[in-house]
Design a protein around this ligand. Structure first.
Ligand code: ZN
Length: 81
């Protein structure tokens, strides 16, 4: 079941999928896999309020370096252009 019957951006059809999201807090990055509604036409991702709260909590922890409970996932790099 989807949160939105249609995409609020373009009116396209949405499907519920597992999606990976990259979050940044300070210099740290984390990836999290969450359920989102994804528009089949424009690719817009729609998250429910609980998921958005989760993103905020993760960002705050990244920002505070409070990452002990997170699983290390290689190294992140910045490539100067
Ligand atoms: Zn759309």
């Amino acid at each position: 079941m989807t949160l939105f019957p249609k995409c609020p951006m373009c009116g396209g059809e949405v499907v519920t999928k597992q999606t990976e999201r990259i979050l940044r807090g300070g210099v740290n990055l984390a990836t999290v896999t969450v359920t989102a509604d994804v528009c089949l036409r424009c690719g817009e991702r729609l998250y429910d309020p609980d998921t958005i709260r989760l993103f905020e909590q993760i960002r705050q922890k990244l920002n505070d370096q409070d990452v002990d409970e997170f699983e290390p996932l290689g190294r992140a790099f910045h490539v100067p252009a």
